[in-house]
Write a protein that binds this ligand. Sequence first.
Ligand code: FDP
Length: 351
Amino acid sequence: MKTKLYSPNTSSLAYPVGTTLDRFIKLKQEEFQFASGELSQLLRDIALAAKIVNRETNRAGLANIGGAFGQTNVQGEEQQKLDVIANIRFTRALTKGGEVCAIVSEEDDEVIDLQNGSGKYVVAIDPLDGSSNIDVNISIGTIFSIYRRVTPIGSPIQPEDIMQPGNQQVAAGYVLYGSSTMLVYTTGHGVNGFTYEPSLGEFFLSHQNMVAPSDGNIYSVNEGSYYQFEAGLQEYIEHCKAKFYSARYIGSLVADFHRNLLKGGIYIYPATQKSPNGKLRLLYEANALSFIAEQAGGKATDGHGRILDIQPTALHQRTPLFIGSKNMVDEAGNFLKKNATTVARKGVLVQ
Ligand code: FDP
């Protein structure tokens, strides 16, 4: 029998489609600290749920799934129908996969104990972030953190399995439902981004080894709350303006973070007089994005210390968040240090 060696065909008639998320996860499996394949499967489960949520999000305007669900979540925020749908989709995928023993979700008051005797992993998830943007067709996201449980597999879930600082994450990521849908994740070996190809129903590697520029000229903060900010932050914002930086704030954390990760910039959700601990949640928002920021060479603090070193004390704990390009986060921190006061410098709401 005559044979010939395979050489890749580079004909323009059939361009290669690239590396799928599944194949990439498989190729990278040996990099995981615990290379048993379960974490790989868990990432695939999340990707599957993300595809379903992407489908629901895309047809939200047609399928009567926009708008409020009629209930509030544990934060007292009105739940949107898509929040609830996304929560069901991700919880179901994580339950069926069998790798997870417990889930912390923005949409559930308590930890969901999956009573899965063989589950090694705990997942903290914000199934649909930026939900006030759903009805106006603006980018929204999913944010997830993955931890290994610390108590023996098969034993009842304990608080220490759940309340782990962000520096114990084994993987984290986000999905951005934007002008295209992307899944970005890290397992502690750099950050990689995948873009969804709807006609093939697959995520393809599009952003390999993402690196956050160490400087930038975008600042993202809700300046409507300016008079509630502490003096140091007000001065930092004045500094950004004096340097002619661009203000960009969509009000969808994932979208604002993603833009700044690619282009260079800082996202700030600070302590305000109304919310002295900020608004964002440590376990399923700040930790995941901080892990990704650091893995891409960026930085994340609460204005003072590293987010990933905060020991959680409550499930739905909030934290101020300063995240993005390293030098910008450092500079903002220096402004806060110089003006160490919680009193707003000017405005109507001084204490
Ligand atoms: P949302 O309440 O719409 O879910 O996570 C909370 C969040 O959005 C972030 O995505 C967003 O950056 C922020 O809140 C917006 O809050 P403000 O409206 O207070 O700026």
